[in-house]
Design a protein around this ligand. Structure first.
Ligand code: NAD
Length: 567
C-alpha cells in the first residue's frame, strides 16, 4: 500500500470550516468524507488505509489516495470521477445534476467471485476490499452502527421479554469490539442491560473504554460473570470486556454452566485470514503466523470458528436467545467445516429487522462538514420538531446527545423510512429538505452530507444477512442493489457506489450506497426530494415483490407504484 501520504499526515482527519479547496461543495464533501474515513480517531488502522470490518479500505494504495485528492480538487461541477476498487480511473464531462463520484469496489464475475481469486488480485494491487462504508467514504466510526445495534437489541428484548423495560435485568454475551462490534456494549447499556464482550485485541478494548462504549475490562472470565450477574440482579446497566478469544470464553461459560439471556457475535468471522483470530495465540503471535504460514492460519482460524459456533449452538440449547450478527460465521463453518446445523440459529435481519425494511426504514445518517458539533445539535432539534409523534426516535436522539462521543466529523444516525405525509413527501426527504433549509438560512454553518449504510431496505442482496430467508426464496437475486444504484444515479445522488462482499465476505453480497450534499441550494433540495424517495422506495418495492404484507401495505398507503402487485 506504500507509505502513508504526507497529505494524510497533514490532514489528520477531515478538513473543517467553511473555506473549501475544491471547486464546489459536492467535490469538497467527497474529499472531506474520504479523509474522515481515514481520521485516526475514526479508522481502525489508517496507516494501512483500513477503516473497519477486517480489511475494509478507503483507497487502494497511498498513491491512489493522493491521486483521488488531486482529481477531486480539479473536478468541475459538471464532471464525474470514476473510482474502481479505490483507484481513480477516469473523469468525464456529464452534467450538473449527475453524480460527482461513482465508485465500484471488489466486484468480481460470479464464477471468480471468491476470496481466493480476490486475494490473488489484491496481492497484485488490482482490487480492494471496500467493505460497506469504508470504500464508499461514508464510515463515521462506531457511532454509525450504534443505533442499528440499539434497535436490534431493543427488538430482541421486546420479543423475548415483552413486559420488561428493554434489556433490564438481562445479560447479553458477544464477541468482537472492532469498528462495528464496539457499539455492542453501549447499545446494551442504552437498553438498560448488561453486556459481556470477548475481544482478543487489548488495544481495541482500551479504545472502547476511552470512548465510553464499554465500562470495564478484565482478563478473568469468573470476574466478568460475577460482576455481570451482580449488575443484572440489581437491574443496573453494565458492560465488561473480557480479553480472550470468543470461542474460549463461550466454552468457559458452558463449563461454568453460565447461560446468558442473549448471545451473538461480531468478530470479523467473514474473513478467516485477515479478520478472525484462532485460539491459542496472542494477537502478535497470530499476526506472525498469518505472515509466515497463511494456510495454517486459515485452518486454525476455521477450527476455532467451528468451536465458536458449536458453543453458540450449545448455549442456545441451554436457553440463550442466539442470533448471528451479520458476520457470516454460520456460512463460514457450513461451507468450510460442513457443519450442517450451523444455521440452527437465525440471522438478525429475519429475526428483528425485516419488518422495518418492508417500510423502507433503514439507518440514515448525516455529517456536519463544518466540523462544528453545534450543527449536529441543531439537526437533533430538527428531528424532534419534525417527528414529535415518534417517541422512540426522540428517546434515541436524547440518548445519542447524552452518551455518544463524536468521532471525526460530527454526525448522527437515525432510522427513517418511506411513509409519506399529506404532500407525498417521504420521512427521509422531509428531514433532508429541512436540513437544507437550515443550511440555506445560516442556522447550520456549512453544508451537511446525508448518506447511509449499505445495510438498508432496498440496497443489498446478501443471503446470509440482509436477504436471508426471503419469503419468495430470492435471497441471492442481485438485480435489486443494481437497480438501486442505477435509480439513485438517475435521481441525482452526488456519490453512488456498488460493492461486493461487505459484511459477509467476497462473493456473499452485493450492495450500494449514496450521498447527497445539502448546501442550501435549490438544486440540493431537488436532489434530496428525489433521492430520498427513490432510495427508501426501493426497500418498499423489493419487499412488496417478495410478497411481504407490510411492504404491500406501505405501498398502498404511500402511493408507491408496484406494477404487477397481484401476480
Ligand atoms: P473489525 O475487524 O474492526 O473488528 C473485529 C474484532 O474482532 C477485532 O477487534 C478482532 O480483534 C476481534 N476478533 C477477531 N477474532 C476474534 C476471536 N476469535 N475472539 C475474540 N475477538 C476476535 O470489524 P467490525 O467492523 O467490528 O465488524 C465485525 C463483523 O461484523 C464483521 O464481520 C463485519 O462484516 C460485521 N458487521 C456487521 C454489521 C451489522 O450491522 N451487524 C455491520 C457491519 C459489520
Amino acid at each position: 500500500f506504500g507509505t502513508p501520504s504526507p497529505e494524510w499526515r497533514r490532514y489528520q482527519g477531515a478538513p473543517t470550516g467553511t473555506d473549501i479547496e475544491c471547486k464546489g461543495w459536492r467535490q469538497e464533501a467527497a474529499l472531506r468524507m474520504l479523509n474522515n474515513n481515514l481520521d485516526p480517531d475514526v479508522a481502525e488502522d489508517p496507516e494501512n488505509l483500513v477503516v473497519y470490518g477486517g480489511t475494509g479500505r478507503a483507497a487502494r494504495s497511498w498513491d491512489a489516495y493522493d491521486a483521488i485528492l488531486g482529481e477531486l480538487r480539479e473536478l468541475d461541477d459538471d464532471e464525474t470521477l470514476l473510482v474502481q476498487s479505490g483507484k481513480p480511473v477516469g473523469r468525464f464531462t456529464t452534467h450538473e445534476r449527475a453524480p460527482r463520484v461513482l465508485i465500484a469496489n471488489s466486484n468480481l464475475v460470479g464464477k471468480w467471485d471468491n476470496w481466493e481469486h480476490f486475494h490473488e488480485l489484491e496481492a497484485e494491487g488490482k482490487i480492494m476490499y471496500g467493505q460497506m462504508t469504508a470504500g464508499s467514504w461514508a464510515y463515521i466510526g462506531t457511532q454509525g452502527i450504534l443505533q442499528g445495534t440499539y434497535e436490534t437489541l431493543a427488538e430482541a428484548g421486546r420479543q423475548q421479554f415483552p413486559d420488561n423495560d428493554g434489556l433490564r435485568g438481562t445479560i447479553t454475551v458477544t464477541g468482537g469490539l472492532g469498528g462495528m462490534g464496539g457499539a455492542q456494549p453501549l447499545a446494551v447499556t442504552m437498553n438498560h442491560g448488561v453486556c459481556i464482550a470477548a475481544e482478543v485485541n487489548e488495544h481495541r478494548i482500551d479504545r472502547r473504554i476511552e470512548t465510553r462504549y464499554c465500562m470495564e475490562r478484565t482478563d478473568d472470565l469468573d470476574e466478568a460473570i460475577e460482576k455481570a450477574r451482580e449488575a443484572a440482579e440489581k437491574g443496573e446497566p453494565y458492560s465488561i470486556a473480557v480479553h480472550a478469544n470468543a470461542a474460549d470464553v463461550l466454552e468457559g461459560m458452558l463449563e461454568r454452566d453460565f447461560v446468558p439471556n442473549f448471545l451473538t457475535d461480531q468478530t470479523s468471522a467473514h474473513d478467516e485470514l485477515e479478520g478472525y483470530y484462532p485460539s491459542g495465540y496472542t494477537v502478535e503471535e497470530a499476526d506472525r503466523l498469518r505472515e509466515d504460514d497463511p494456510d495454517r492460519y486459515v485452518e486454525e482460524s476455521l477450527d476455532t470458528m467451528q468451536r465458536h459456533v458449536q458453543a453458540m449452538l450449545d448455549l442456545q440449547e441451554r436457553g440463550a436467545v442466539t442470533f448471528e450478527y451479520g458476520n457470516n460465521i454460520r456460512g463460514q463453518v457450513q461451507e468450510h467445516r460442513e457443519m450442517t446445523n450451523a444455521f440452527d440459529f437465525p440471522g438478525f435481519v429475519p429475526a428483528y429487522i425485516r419488518p422495518l425494511f418492508c417500510r423502507g426504514k433503514g439507518p440514515f445518517r448525516w455529517v456536519a462538514l463544518s466540523g462544528d458539533p453545534a450543527d449536529i445539535h441543531r439537526t437533533d432539534e430538527a428531528v424532534r420538531e419534525l417527528f414529535p409523534e415518534k417517541e422512540h426516535l426522540g428517546r434515541w436522539i436524547d440518548l445519542a446527545h447524552e452518551q455518544v462521543e463524536f468521532q471525526g466529523l460530527p454526525s448522527r444516525v437515525c432510522w427513517l423510512g418511506y411513509s409519506t405525509d399529506e404532500e407525498g413527501i417521504t420521512e427521509r426527504a422531509k428531514f433532508a429538505l429541512r436540513i437544507n433549509e437550515l443550511v440555506r438560512d445560516g442556522e447550520i454553518s456549512a453544508p451537511v452530507v446525508v448518506t447511509r449504510d449499505h445495510l438498508d431496505a432496498g440496497s443489498v442482496a446478501s443471503p446470509h444477512r440482509e436477504t436471508e430467508a426471503m419469503k419468495d426464496g430470492t435471497d441471492a437475486v442481485a438485480d435489486w442493489p443494481i437497480l438501486n444504484a442505477l435509480l439513485n444515479c438517475a435521481a441525482g445522488a452526488d456519490i453512488v457506489s456498488v460493492h461486493d462482499g461487505g459484511g459477509v465476505g467476497i462473493g456473499n453480497s452485493l450492495h450500494t450506497n449514496n450521498h447527497v450534499v445539502l448546501d442550501g441550494s435549490d438544486l440540493a433540495a431537488e436532489k434530496a426530494r428525489r433521492v430520498f424517495t427513490t432510495d427508501p422506495g426501493m426497500g418498499v418495492i423489493r419487499h412488496a415483490d417478495a410478497g411481504y404484507e407490510e411492504a404491500l401495505d406501505e405501498a398502498e398507503q404511500s402511493n408507491v407504484a408496484v406494477p404487477m402487485r397481484d401476480h
